[in-house]
Design a protein. Sequence first.
Lengths: 435, 266
Amino acid sequence: MSVDNTSANLDKTPEQDGQPVEKPEAASAVTAVDPRLLVREQGLLGYWSEFKRKMKAGELGSMPVVVGLAIICVIFQVLNSNFLSAQNINDITITMVGTGMISVGIVFVLLLGEIDLSVGSVSGAASALAAVLAVNQGWPEWAAVLLAIAAGAAIGALHGFFFAVLGAPAFAVTLAGLLFWLGFMLKVLGADGTINLDSNGLVGKLTTYYFSDVAAAYGLAVVVVAVFFLTSFLANRRREAAGVPSRPLSDTVLRTVLLAVISFAAAYMYNQYKGLPLATVIFLVFLIGSDFVLRRTPYGRKIFALGGSVEASRRAGINVTAVRISVFAISGGFAAIGGLFLASKIASANQSAGTGDLLMNAIAAAVIGGTSLFGGRGRTWNALLGVLVIVSIQYGLQLESIAEPVKYMITAAVLLTTVVIDSITRKTQKTAGRA
Amino acid sequence: MVHVSATPVLALRGVSKRFGAVQALTDVELEVHAGEVVALVGDNGAGKSTLVKTIAGVHPIDEGAIEWDGKPVTISRPQDAQALGIATVYQDLALCDNIDVVGNLFLGRELRKWGVLDEVEMERRSRELLTTLSIRIPSVRIPIAALSGGQRQVVAIARSMLGEPKLVILDEPTAALGVEQTAQVLDLVERLRERGHAVVLISHNMADVKAVADKVAVLRLGRNNGVFEVSTTSQEEIISAITGATDNAVTRRAARTSSTNGEVSK
């Protein structure tokens, strides 16, 4: 209560109580900070009041999914004490990489406010292509992998062409893609239907290789935390030097500590089992890379702009067609990468690759993680959180030996809950003037 | 009074524009000087938007000439207009709701440092720009969705100023705005004039026109129907020019007498 009172007093200014009409002399003496802006108080109380304000305004961000993940962990741990064992967590984090990669591509497409239904089939087609080239045609595996990824990107670009240039709805184009690339995969695989991969080859190692040295996991944690702290610290120094508002040092330190706790806990957990999995490292690299592209580059800004208003983007001189095609190419490329991880997990390319609930899981992961279906809001980290939820549920139910039908129904319930939360928060945000 | 240059920044000489069977503009003349606000008024369908679009390069003209700083130019694409130094703020604001003020101001012309967005410099320049224009918004880091209609309009106008244009065209900037927001936008228009920009203001609101414009150019059915000095013209005279009531002597006399009566009663 006391927190509310102080913040209310802070917000109360002559501007609000007195004459709102702008006087010329007041206008010339414009201050750096508008008195109407809610300024966060210093210290821990500040974080708490800011948090409460955001919750009320519907700016939930990743909150629901983090809470949901915690609930899932508690429930399954109570049911079966093996759930939070190092081996189980290790398995979850490796299994999720395939779907997670596809989901990262979906986040890009969702940011445009569009959808790509073909990613499942494209991932299957890419893994089939890589397997045929490497095993049947005798290509070196790295070349087959590169070609498969390039093919995925090209397929995505083709979908993008139909959508962006010819103006067909993305939904319909990628639905056609779903069917076509499924057929393509079956044709490529031929009569046998299954091609076994060399489990010691490049693709095979993707999900089976571990950096078994204890120092590897801890070393990575140290590097991640140090780089995070240094970049935040230096960015803040630059902001201070330029005279624009910057975060207090305590804020940076708090975030760094939080990241350090998570990183070292993960590193400790991995070291309890076989060490740092290669798949996790690759996934992290792609997550950090794609997040950087989206939030720090002009290209990423264009994607967000298109998700906000196509007309505004066009008038601002953004090449709408090119951005749209490239985003679908990215989606296809990530689908191919995800397909390779999924093939690696079962050490083969077979006819069921890319079918079943893969597509729905990839889209659900992006949405569960907090990416808006309406475009313009989301981060690639959402894919990580979402896929973590989905795969955790799958593994938890498996430990309880709950049958497949129930798994589908529970995953569906989780997805529906998230979409409802998304819709409700959007309404709240509208009333709070944030959407 | 603000100094007004001798050569107009923009001059339209006998501009005509046809769309199929429709003669949208016929022999239109318009002059805009630096440090001058010219209001463009007229009824719906009078050709205001078409005229603005010919200047902005959306619709190239069929006949006539456009002079820029006294020299004839051809404007056939929006890029031509931008290159000359013409900035247009359209009625529908063309801002992205999900991006913050800084991002919107620099949309399509982001500052980079080693290929990466230079957020610090963009934020610094945004604050600088908003301060020089005396624009008050809570923070440059909140999304456009969180701003009021007037604040959005002001941001849209500020965005047109980033390229240091010589001529700013505002298409109904106060439509759908409240009293205070309208006042903010009108303040901004006056500041543009003080900084030596030429401004073309389209408006249906006579009070706004009287408040900030130096000259009023009236269009009626795609033709000029008079250019008035705001300081010496009554609102009734402008309105009759818009509606065409000046077409006969009786209404002209009625307008004249009523305006003199009005002055007497004050």
